[in-house]
Write a protein that binds this ligand. Structure first.
Ligand SMILES: C[S@@+](CC[C@H](N)C(=O)[O-])C[C@H]1O[C@@H](n2cnc3c(N)ncnc32)[C@H](O)[C@@H]1O
Length: 272
């Protein structure tokens, strides 16, 4: 058995199949980060490089760090295919970035990445530690109880799963400003250096909403787990129907065979 459930969750399935629907918004987001040639950038919880590749295309020296070995390998394959010698992916855990030196990055980016690591206070400390004074940390975090796609997938899925273990801290708490202030405060950052904004990320999938749900069921670790739990109680069809209805309701595309679903997130900018 894999001793680290956090790692096992993200190595399960194949997140690259979902990430394919996130490339356009990843590109657009990176263009707002003020990246200049030669900047040292850490992309934490980078997956297969939805934001890391565009960062490198802007000329930054980019290190992608992710806990999932299969995603690190996929990222390195994408970097090589794109001819980006200024981008490397490596395995690492946001709660303990022991391979990375203090004050070594101008910009630390974590888009729906570090929020999924346990021990959020350790994560905040590590992100601050590796950032140079005057540098920035930019996080994108899903928002709990938000009416848009991701929070709703989570709400629906949770109803089919056993309650989380005692002491479990939901990743979605990173989408609550008071928690973010407390966590970076614990890492020595005063609240005046932390800014918040609401932003939108759009999933664009080449298929119908039902086919997009099928991709989540087949490839996305958290949804795979929800279906496994639902199957134990013969409730998989019910979960499928709820998710089908959600995805169909949130789809804004009028083109047949193309699904487009916007989702709101909390954008956090920390000046170190
Ligand atoms: C929803 S995906 C987002 C990936 C990527 N940032 C993107 O936008 O496509 C979450 C990512 O966080 C990574 N992750 C989860 N826990 C982590 C941890 N403790 N340390 C580093 N990465 C982690 C997962 O492996 C996964 O690639």
């Amino acid at each position: 058995m894999n001793p680290n459930p956090n790692k096992a969750l993200w190595e399960k399935g194949d997140f690259t199949k979902i990430a394919d629907s996130m490339r356009d918004s990843g590109d657009a987001l990176v263009r707002t980060l003020g990246i200049t040639k030669g900047m040292d950038v850490l992309d934490l919880g980078c997956g297969d490089g939805t934001t890391a590749l565009p960062e490198a295309r802007l000329g930054a020296n980019v290190r992608g760090v992710d806990i999932a070995r299969n995603l690190v390998e996929a990222g390195n394959r994408r970097a090589k295919a794109a001819g980006l010698a200024n981008l490397t992916f490596q395995e690492g855990d946001a709660t303990d970035l022991r391979d990375l030196k203090d004050r070594s990055f101008d910009l630390v980016v974590s888009i729906f990445g570090a929020m999924f690591a346990p021990k959020p206070f350790e994560v905040a400390k590590e992100m601050v530690r590796v950032t140079r004074p005057g540098g920035r940390i930019v996080m994108g975090n899903w928002i709990p109880n938000d009416p848009t796609l991701v929070a709703q997938i989570l709400r629906i899925s949770a109803a089919y799963q056993p309650p989380p273990p005692e002491g479990f801290v939901s990743p979605m708490t990173w989408g609550v400003e008071s928690h973010v202030l407390e966590r970076f405060g614990g890492a020595g950052v005063p609240k005046e250096r932390i800014a918040f904004a609401r932003d939108t990320f759009t999933f664009n999938f080449a298929g119908s909403p039902a086919e997009f749900v099928a991709a989540f069921r087949q490839y996305y670790g958290p949804t795979m787990n929800a279906f496994e739990a639902a199957e134990k109680h013969n409730r998989a069809a019910e979960l499928q129907a709820e998710l089908d209805a959600l995805f169909a309701a949130k789809n804004t595309s009028t083109v047949k065979g193309l699904t487009s679903i916007p989702a709101t997130f909390l954008r956090v900018t920390v000046t170190v």
